[in-house]
Design a binder for this molecule. Structure first.
Ligand code: GRF
Length: 204
């Protein structure tokens, strides 16, 4: 299967996926393109070094969020992606984008969802006095960081941790679980069932 990865920054999760392609198990799919909304994203260099096509779509060059997302859809579909992987992609996607890739759009979020949707998850876990934290791979739906969780990694919070040390340990686990979840998708073992709103078990 053909995988397109969207990034905005360092691309360490992208690197984990690129590296996973060359393990015995592989990804059972090929990363055919890496796209970034930021020209300075180091992840673009990681893609170039891996010989993977790159594309920059600078969101500041588009009149609206919808216009940017439509351009992104066109770019991704040019590569005929079977799976779109958000890896440190720091953009909120429109419902149109989410629906276009519904069931074949994954994200990784640095928390034990459904806890700590949104930003600054590590500091929030520390402030709450949690004993553990972690990362979640999930299907992307219209609810920000709200889609069904596929795989999680748990990390113990240590007494001496600050947001930086905790984020580092969580990131290491992200690099473990993302390739596993992507491989499961490529093996046809994951399916996002339509989320039909229902009341007392009756579909509305
Ligand atoms: C990290 O905070 C990670 O938890 C989240 O996106 C950020 C950057 O990741 N998924 P990456 O190094 O660009 O993959």
């Amino acid at each position: 299967g053909r995988i397109v990865v969207l990034i905005s920054g360092s691309g360490s999760n992208l690197q984990a996926l690129l590296d996973a392609q060359h393990t015995d198990e592989g990804l059972e799919g090929e990363i055919v393109a890496v796209m970034s909304n930021r020209a300075q994203a180091y992840g673009l260099e990681r893609a170039r070094q891996a010989g993977v096509a790159t594309q920059i779509l600078d969101h500041t060059q588009y009149a609206s969020r919808e216009a940017f997302d439509q351009a992104l859809i066109h770019a991704i579909d040019t590569y005929q992606a079977d799976l779109v992987v958000l890896a440190g992609f720091m953009r909120i996607l429109t419902p149109q984008f989410v629906l276009h890739y519904y069931g074949r759009l994954l994200n990784i979020h640095p928390s034990l969802l459904p806890k700590y949707q949104g930003l600054h998850t590590h500091q929030r876990a520390l402030d709450a006095g949690d004993s553990e934290h972690g990362a979640s791979v999930h299907f992307v739906t219209e609810e920000l960081d709200g889609g069904p969780v596929i795989l999680q990694a748990r990390v113990a919070i240590e007494a001496q941790d600050d947001a930086h040390t905790l984020a580092q340990r969580v990131l290491e686990q992200e690099h473990v679980i993302y390739p596993i979840a992507v491989r499961w998708f490529m093996q046809g073992r994951l399916q996002l069932l339509a989320q039909v709103p229902c009341l007392d078990g009756q579909a509305l």
